[in-house]
Ligand binder design. Structure first.
Ligand SMILES: Nc1ncnc2c1ncn2[C@@H]1O[C@H](COP(=O)(O)OP(=O)(O)OP(=O)(O)O)[C@@H](O)[C@H]1O
Ligand SMILES: [Mg+2]
Length: 466
């Protein structure tokens, strides 16, 4: 793609099957693991000693090592250490004996992705493998995309590296190489127009016109003549013929913004134009062919509008060939620091005063819900930079609705997961971040040390009775 040069893997390209190395000196466990992995369509390698395992790692790329902790010669811990050092892209899952939760915790602390307690059941092992492989895939995809994105100002002006934005970039990338209609949905200020521009300017039509039409701003009586054009004498004051916006877009892109606000009678006319790829300028008997690609956007719930009879279902179907849903900013809070810094940069330049932001102020910006999304954040930073007095932006420089509260709100998770799973992940992460120090981990989690112990024991016995 010429405009941005970003070439992410498209979702329909199947990645090669992952390769899993199973290391255990017990034949039964090794064979069971091998069968489970093979059944899941993944490639397997097996080793009964760490020496064999290291040889295999040396020879071929391995995505995941599943190792028993008590494997000869150097043992699972040392193997884990060497893999972390020499093959940082390879994940490790350890097999621990029942009743040795301490060693599982220790393995997590040393960088294992997960652990499973022996004896285990096949579905449990399969789930864990699936989970680890999926997170390896996501990590790899995101790393590639991040590297590409970080080396550029952004994707067509869009900033953000959260996985929700990465998904948007992929879709943009894909649709920009085609001509079919795109419908962009999302709350106000989430970047719908930027996406429309990005599709146009990174695609096949980038050297053709991009014509935005704000359907909510057009005077209802003039929409038809604006869109379709008119001929001389079509109505009082029509001194000359004038091509409409659909015609003006030529082979380029017609961006129908706020399509949800298009009056019902115009919806029928637009539908006909899109179906027949022809229009009839007001007052004309001649039909004019149209070739523009159509991208539509709205912050309204268009499907609800269809149900309520406010928006024609047939037009909805015609526009909704590909749908891009823009995530609200509160669902991609990890992008806030990046956006804040970009906006600081953008607005600081003219007067050169404020360039950085205090930790407290950043925390407020992250905690806030941003109903007006990126636009609201951009405005807040612009205002703060203009009104701020020192070289560092403080909480007091932010809009007053950000001065209080917000802190008690938990950042929303990107993914909806069962509570138990969220808890398990939080515990594993806290242990990793606190280098296995359970007291510190418990503090991070805001629970007592005994509760943490109880939960770890519970996982241990659950995995046994599963
Ligand atoms: N991901 C992003 N990265 C950088 N800037 C963004 C991003 N998303 C939005 N913006 C900025 O936020 C502002 C609003 O974006 P845009 O006009 O595209 O939103 P919109 O979804 O069309 O909003 P509305 O529904 O109100 O028309 C613009 O100034 C745009 O540059
Ligand atoms: Mg808009």
């Amino acid at each position: 793609m010429a405009a941005t040069g970003v070439e992410p893997a498209l979702p329909n390209q199947q990645p090669a099957a992952a390769t899993i190395l199973i290391v255990d000196d017990e034949d039964t466990t090794r064979n069971l693991c091998r069968d489970v992995v093979a059944d899941a369509g993944l490639r397997t390698r097996t080793a009964s000693t760490t020496e064999q395992a290291l040889e295999i790692l040396d020879q071929s790329p391995i995505d995941l090592v599943i190792t028993d902790l008590r494997v000869p010669q150097i043992g699972g811990f040392e193997l884990l250490k060497r893999v972390r050092e020499s093959y940082p892209q390879t994940a490790v899952m350890v097999l621990t004996q029942y009743g040795t939760i301490e060693s599982a915790v220790d393995a997590i602390r040393r960088g294992a992705a997960d652990y499973i307690t022996k004896p285990f059941h096949v579905p449990e092992l399969r789930n864990k493998i699936d989970r680890v492989i999926r997170s390896i895939e996501i990590d790899q995809e995101n790393r590639v995309l991040r590297e590409q994105l970080n080396s550029r100002p952004g994707f067509g002006g869009l900033l953000g590296v959260s996985h929700k934005m990465v998904r948007v970039y992929r879709l943009i990338e894909k649709v920009s190489q085609h001509h079919y209609p795109v419908l962009i949905l999302g709350e106000s200020g989430t970047g719908k127009e930027l996406v429309a521009r990005s599709i146009h300017f990174s695609g096949l039509r980038k050297n053709r016109p991009f014509v935005p039409v704000d359907c909510s701003a057009l005077v209802p009586t003039l929409i038809e003549s604006e869109l379709f054009g008119y001929v001389k004498g079509a109505f009082t004051g029509a001194m000359h013929s004038k091509p409409g916006l659909m015609e003006a877009a030529g082979n380029g892109t017609l961006f129908l913004d706020e399509i949800g606000d298009l009056p019902v009678d115009l919806q029928a006319k637009l539908l006909r134009a899109l179906q027949e790829r022809e229009i009839k300028p007001v007052g004309s008997t001649e039909r004019v062919p149209i070739a523009a690609r159509v991208i539509a956007a709205t912050n309204r719930d268009l499907e609800a509008a269809v149900r309520q009879g406010q928006f024609r279902q047939d037009l909805f179907f015609r526009l909704n060939v590909v749908q891009i849903k823009m995530p609200p900013l509160r669902e991609r809070k990890t992008d806030i620091p990046l956006l804040v810094n970009a906006f600081l940069e953008k607005f600081s330049e003219p007067n050169g005063r404020i360039r950085t932001i205090s930790e407290d102020a950043m925390a407020r910006l992250i905690a806030y819900d941003w109903p007006g999304n990126v636009r609201e954040l951009e405005n807040a930073i612009e205002r703060a930079v203009a009104l701020g007095s020192g070289p560092i932006l403080h909480v007091g420089d932010l809009p007053s609705n950000l001065h209080y509260g917000g802190h008690d709100r938990l950042p929303q998770s990107d993914e909806l997961l069962p509570l138990e799973e969220l808890e398990r992940r939080a515990i594993l992460r806290a242990l990793r971040e606190s280098s296995g120090d359970k007291l510190a981990a418990a503090r991070l989690l805001g629970i007592g040390k005994t509760t943490l112990y109880r939960k770890l024991k519970q996982y241990d016995s659950e995995s046994r009775s599963n």
